[in-house]
Design a protein around this ligand. Structure first.
Ligand SMILES: Cc1ncc(C[n+]2csc(CCOP(=O)(O)OP(=O)(O)O)c2C)c(N)n1
Ligand SMILES: [Mg+2]
Length: 343
């Protein structure tokens, strides 16, 4: 990754974010990029089974909306949200144990390698059904409203998910009840091999929000500052009881749908164009321009994060698989919910 792209040189004042926030966002992006690239290689080495959904190229769309959320806020990720999991606080040990399906992962090895979840960290365990988490996260937002808490829910999905019926029902419900939820659409132009032009008869997926009575905006999903600021405003609106926002982030996945997809349905030039808009390199250049980062500092960060990843791989590979009879653990809540009339 070379920080050699030409960008305008802005000042801290123009950006109006603190040094701490900017470096925090950059650090998260770097952690996610290094982890994601390492996990791709591990899959190709046959070190874990199933497949792996890389999100390289899309990191800003998941780091930006998650950075700065409270522990009590809930996120509903899908299959390509490793960035949201890292930023919401899942450790490398938890994430890599999940990928390796070990008993030390938050779901004790039950689900898909990329289904990162954690109840204590406020991350809904993803299910495979596309758009499924949009519905569950909307239910969490309804719960916050009933409990009169100013927490928010953030749901992540791709543009392909917006073709699902449940997705529309969830957004309609959130619009009617003005729920504290932010919908993050990662429009990476492809749903497996289906181009976005075959998903919708409209150009902008954000326009779908009009039908449900709340704002929808389309932004550069590879610009971490724009994503963070847009999401922060939407989160503040949601906390203040002003209802949902749909944010369409324009982005691109560098690799196939998963590591078993050679992605030969798309033009190589399309990929090359998007690689020039690499969100991590752009953030890196910004930090350098602002005097917050040097090449030496970056190298030290890479070294430290890489060592942390390697330790987590050792932890995961040394962990046991769950016993077959443990498959039923944690499937149903042991706490019986109190009925309204009894409370
Ligand atoms: C209901 C359902 N249909 C199909 C699939 C298989 N599938 C998994 S991801 C995916 C594409 C999703 O595309 P998009 O929502 O754009 O997300 P992206 O993969 O681009 O991040 C499909 C078809 C599924 N998991 N669930
Ligand atoms: Mg997509």
């Amino acid at each position: 990754m070379a920080a050699n792209q030409t960008v305008n040189k802005p000042s801290l004042k123009q950006i109006s974010l603190s040094e701490e926030t900017l470096m925090g966002l950059y650090t998260s992006l770097l952690r996610v990029r290094l982890l994601d690239e390492r996990l791709r290689k591990l899959f190709r080495q046959g070190r874990f089974a199933g497949t792996y959904f890389s999100a390289v190229g899309q990191e800003a769309t998941t780091v930006g909306p998650t950075y700065g959320l409270r522990d009590e806020d809930i996120i509903g990720p899908s299959h390509r949200e490793i960035g949201a999991a890292v930023t919401k606080g899942l450790t490398f040990n938890e994430i890599i144990a999940q990928v390796f399906a070990r008993s030390t992962s938050p779901d004790k090895g039950k689900s898909h390698p990329c289904h990162y979840g954690s109840r204590p960290k406020g991350v809904i365990h993803p299910a495979s059904t596309v758009a499924g988490q949009t519905v569950v996260a909307t239910g969490c937002a309804m719960a916050f409203k009933i409990q009169k808490k100013d927490n928010v829910a953030v749901a992540f999905f791709g543009e392909g998910a917006t073709s699902r019926g449940g997705w529309h029902e969830a957004l309609n419900y959130a619009g009617v009840h003005k729920l504290p939820i932010i919908y993050i659409c990662q429009n990476n132009m492809w749903a497996e091999s289906v181009p976005s032009t075959l998903q919708a008869g409209i150009d902008r997926f954000a326009d779908r929000a009009k039908a449900y009575g709340f704002p929808g905006v389309t932004i550069d999903g590879n610009d971490i500052v724009e994503v963070y600021k847009t999401a922060s405003e939407a989160i503040a609106r949601a906390r203040a009881g002003q209802g949902p926002t749909l944010i369409e982030c324009l982005t691109y996945r560098w690799y196939g749908h998963s590591e078993i997809d050679p992605a030969n349905y798309r033009r190589p030039e399309e990929l090359e164009e998007w690689k020039k808009k690499d969100p991590v390199v752009r953030a890196e250049q910004l930090m350098i321009d602002l005097g917050l980062l040097t090449n030496e500092k970056r190298e030290a960060m890479v070294e430290q994060i890489t060592a942390e990843i390697e330790d987590a791989i050792k932890f995961a590979e040394a962990s046991k698989y769950s016993e077959p009879e443990e498959a039923y653990l944690d499937v149903y809540s042991e706490k019986i919910p109190v009925r309204r009339e009894e409370s």
